[in-house]
Design a protein around this ligand. Sequence first.
Ligand SMILES: [Zn+2]
Length: 560
Amino acid sequence: MSRRTRMTLSLFSCLGFACNAAHSPTQPRPDLVVVNANIVTMNPRQPSAEAMAIAGDRIAWVGGADEARRHYPGSVTLDLAGATVIPGIIDAHTHLLSLGESLIKISLKDLPTEDAIVERIRKEAATLPPGQWILGWGWDEGKWAANYPTNAALSAATPDHPAFLVGLHSFAGWANAKALEIAGVTQETKDPANGQILRDARTGKPTGILTNHAQDLVKRHIPQLTLEQMKRAIELAAVECVRHGLTSVHEAQVSRSMIRAFRELVGESRLPVRVSVMLDGADRALIDEWFERGPEIDPRHRLTIRSVKLFADGALGSRGAALLEPYSDQSATRGIFTTPGDVVYDITRRALAKGFQVATHAIGDAANRQVLDAYERALRETQRKDVRLRVEHAQVVAPADVPRFAQLGVIASMQPTHCTSDMPWAEQRVGPVRIQGAYAWRRMLDAGAHLPLSSDFPGETLDPFHGIYAAITRQSPEGAPAGGWRPEERLTLHEAMRGYTQEAAYAEYEERDKGSLEPGKLADFLVLSADITKSSPREILGLRAQRTYVGGKLVFQAPP
Ligand SMILES: [Zn+2]
C-alpha cells in the first residue's frame, strides 16, 4: 500500500488566525515549520506531535498544530497533509564503499546459476580490451557452500581477462584461470593463515574458489581505485542511503585512503549521510597513529572517528565462524579465529585508554566468548566511564554468555536480515540446541543489552523497512515460514524502530543529538509513504521514504 501524500510549501501568515504569540526570545526564528504531520518522535516523553520547527540544523520545537500557528506566524511551512514523519534511520553497521563498488562492479545478485553468471561475465569481457580486470560481486557463498562451482566454465568464457567475483558476504571469491595466473596461485601455493584455496579432489589444482583471507592472494593484484573513483563510489552509496531514509551510518572497517575520501567528500558537501567510522584494526600502523592523536568528534556530526573494528572470526555460511563445538554439518571443523583473544584485549585496552570504542565482528559462540573475555579483561583495567564496547553480529551466542552483554555494558549490534537470509541453513550448521542462542534478539534485549540494528549492506539490502519487517516477523519477504522462524525472538515494532534510531545513536555516542525528534536534536527525519504504526508487516515492507532531511536540509525527494 502506498498512499500518495500531498505536500505543499506555503507561507504561513497570521491572517485568519488568532495570532497572539510571537516566538519567544529563547526560540530562534525557524527556517522551516513542518505542520499537519503525524510525527512519531521516538521521544518517550512526547511520543507524537503534529508540528515541528527547525532552526539551522536543529529541531527548535515540537508540538501541536495550533501551537505551531501561534508560535511561528509568517514562517516557511511544510504542510504534510497528514503524512507520517519519523526520525532519520541510523544504520549501525554498513559498508558504503563496498556498496559503491558494487554499484560500479557487475552485480551478480540476481543471477541464480553458474551458467547465468558465466554468461554475464562473457558478455562483459566482449566489451573490454584483453588484460583488463572484470570485477563482479554478489553470488551467494552461503547458499552455494554445499557445492561451490569451479572456474572451468568461467575461465573458458574469459581466456584473456582476469576475473574475480566476490561473494555476497565477501567471505569467498571466485577467480578465473587468468586471475590465478596473474596472482601466481598454483597447485604448489599453500593455504594462507585463515583462508583456504579450494582444490580439485583428484588433481589438487585450485578450483578458483578462495575463502576468507585466501582471497587476498588475488585481490592484491587488482588495480586499486583511485581517490576520485573511491569518492565517486562512496558518494553513489551515500545517495542510495538517503534515498532509503538513512540519515546516519556506522561504517565498519575504514582504511586510511577511505578516511581521506570521506574528508574530501564532506569538504565538498558531497556526503549527504552522516558517517561514524570504525577504523580498520587490521592496519596496526593506522590505529597506532589514531591512538596517538585521539578521537575526532565532529561538532557538525558529519564525520566522526572514534571507533576501531576488529574481526574475531569469519562467517557462518562458509563455516568460518568460530564455534565452541564442531559444526553440526561438518564435524571436522569448528571454524576459525581471525584475531587472537590477546590481540583483541591489547587493542581494546589501548583504545579505551585513548577514548576510542572497539567494535569486534563475532559470529560463532567461541568468537563471542573470546571477545567478551577480552573486553572484560580490558574493562577491568580502564579508568574510563561510559565505555561502549560493541560486538558486531553477536550471531551465535552460548546461553551463559547472553547476560554478559548487559553486565559488561557491551552493545549487541545485530542485523535482522542476516537472520532471515540465513534461516534456511543456519540450523544445519549449528544444530537444534545452539540455534536457540542464534539471532536471539529477544533474549538479548530481555537480558538488558543495548540492541542497535543494522543492515550490513551491501551483503543485505540497505532498505531499513526490510530490516524492520524482518525484526518483527522473522519471515522472508515472501512471508515464509508461516508464523516466523523461531518467532519467540521477534521484536515489537517499537523495539525495532528503537534499534534503528535511539539504540543506534547510543552505539555511536550520539543519543543526545540523534535518534528522536525533540528540541535541541539534529533535524534528521523522513516523511514516509504511509503510517508505519498502522501498517501491517507486509505494508511495512513496502514503505518508502518520500522525503529525507539531514540537518534540516532536504537531501532526497521521491519523484512525483
Ligand atoms: Zn560488515
